[in-house]
Design a protein around this ligand. Structure first.
Ligand code: ZN
Length: 390
């Protein structure tokens, strides 16, 4: 059939079809996120020079981000044409002001966007734990990997500027490791109207995996709070990475999405999970999967484009329902942990929670309707599982 169609065309038409096809392949190749760029950001921010990015060392990380925002041609959003937002600290004994940290924000507004005054926010935190007695806490996964994603999303979205139909705010928060103080300050003193934010994507730890398990998945938490967001995520072509949609209830308040969730702003928390080197001096650049970070970056950019094109602002759902996909995701985590139980030397209490969560997820996987009592039980057991094992 295909051959017949080709034969019925003129040679000229065939050449045009070939050129279009070849062009689209080239375009597809060209727009892939470069994992070398990702690794360069992570190697720099998690190098000894940045001393674990705390206090004045976090300020240097903020300046690194500002430098990239500025060179990429993003628009500054704070007064006096600044990318930096100062977060005040406690006053001194002499009642003088102090500075506790610096958030960074830059804006990309497509020239022909239908909704230039609506925003999608892509964020990560640049601070980490600094230097302690045991050494430098490099924080390569937590969260140089997230900052690398934000920085590499910029050229990708600039290449797709004509598909983007609202503005994008690129944000790097400070003081996440300090009770989310940076994002709390940002949401209390936002550079744009919070009501105009369509979606907030917060990334924290994209370069390793939950318990170092071979999951090849990025967990996307919180999609259940936004009407239609799960379907949008499923329609995106994710290359070399799977997505695992889970309720934010499983992890509670773990990163900078918190202050946005409190205000019922649609959000997504992207993370590949807590590795076994979480918050230790072993969270170093050599252990990062740069290709994984690049793949997630590309998927999130495609999601941003899709959300920007929606005619209406996404609608918040207060009490979402658990679905079968979520049950399957929990079941897979349980199976993977069970598989590694001997190697990890899990204690009897840890094994108990693995078996409880496995039993509950297996039971629910055979049900078409999941009641709110079922949902609560699965949530409780999954929370306990994640808390005791990791
Ligand atoms: Zn973090």
């Amino acid at each position: 059939m295909q051959q017949f169609v080709l034969q019925s065309r003129t040679l000229c038409e065939c050449v045009v079809i070939f050129l279009i096809a070849a062009g689209s392949v080239c375009a597809e190749e060209m727009i892939r996120i470069d994992s070398d760029h990702v690794s360069r950001h992570i190697n720099t921010l998690a190098s000894p020079e940045y001393r674990g990015r705390r206090g004045s060392d976090a300020q240097r990380a903020a300046e690194y981000v500002v430098d990239h925002f500025s060179r990429a041609g993003l628009q500054p959003v704070f007064p006096e044409q600044s990318f930096l937002q100062t977060i005040p600290g406690p006053r001194t004994a002499e009642n003088l002001p102090t500075v506790a940290g610096w958030n960074v924000t830059g804006m990309l507004t497509p020239p022909h966007a239908t909704r230039p005054d609506e925003y999608i926010l892509l964020a990560a935190h640049h601070d980490h734990l600094g230097v302690k007695e045991s050494g430098i806490y490099a924080g390569a996964d937590d969260n140089a990997s997230g900052v690398a994603m934000v920085l590499e999303a910029i050229p990708f979205l600039q290449q797709h500027i004509n598909s983007l139909d609202c503005s994008v705010l690129f944000v790097s928060f400070d003081l996440e490791e300090h009770l989310l103080f940076g994002s709390r300050w940002w949401t209390a003193h936002p550079p744009v109207e919070l009501e105009k934010i369509r979606l907030v994507i917060v990334a924290d730890m994209l370069g390793r995996s939950l318990g170092d398990l071979p999951l090849n998945s990025v967990f996307l938490f919180g999609a259940e709070h936004t009407q239609g967001l799960k379907q949008e995520i499923r329609q995106i072509p994710w290359h070399n990475i799977r997505t695992s949609l889970l309720s934010d209830d499983y992890v509670g308040l773990r990163s900078d999405y918190g202050p946005f969730r409190d205000r019922k702003i649609p959000f997504l928390f992207a993370s590949t999970g807590q590795s076994r080197d979480y918050h230790s001096i072993r969270d170093v650049p050599a252990k990062i999967d740069h290709q994984q970070v690049a793949s997630i970056t590309e998927g999130l950019c495609r999601l941003i484009i899709a959300i920007s094109q929606k005619p209406d602002q996404p609608v918040w759902i207060d009490s979402p329902q658990t679905d079968q996909e979520e049950v399957q995701a929990v079941l897979e985590i349980c199976n993977q942990i069970d598989h590694h139980a001997a190697e990890w030397n899990l204690s009897p209490i840890q094994r108990f929670f693995v078996s409880q969560a496995t039993a509950e997820a297996t039971r629910l996987s055979n049900q078409t309707d999941i009641s709110s009592a079922d949902q609560q039980r699965l949530t409780r057991l999954t929370q306990m599982l994640l808390l005791t094992v990791f």
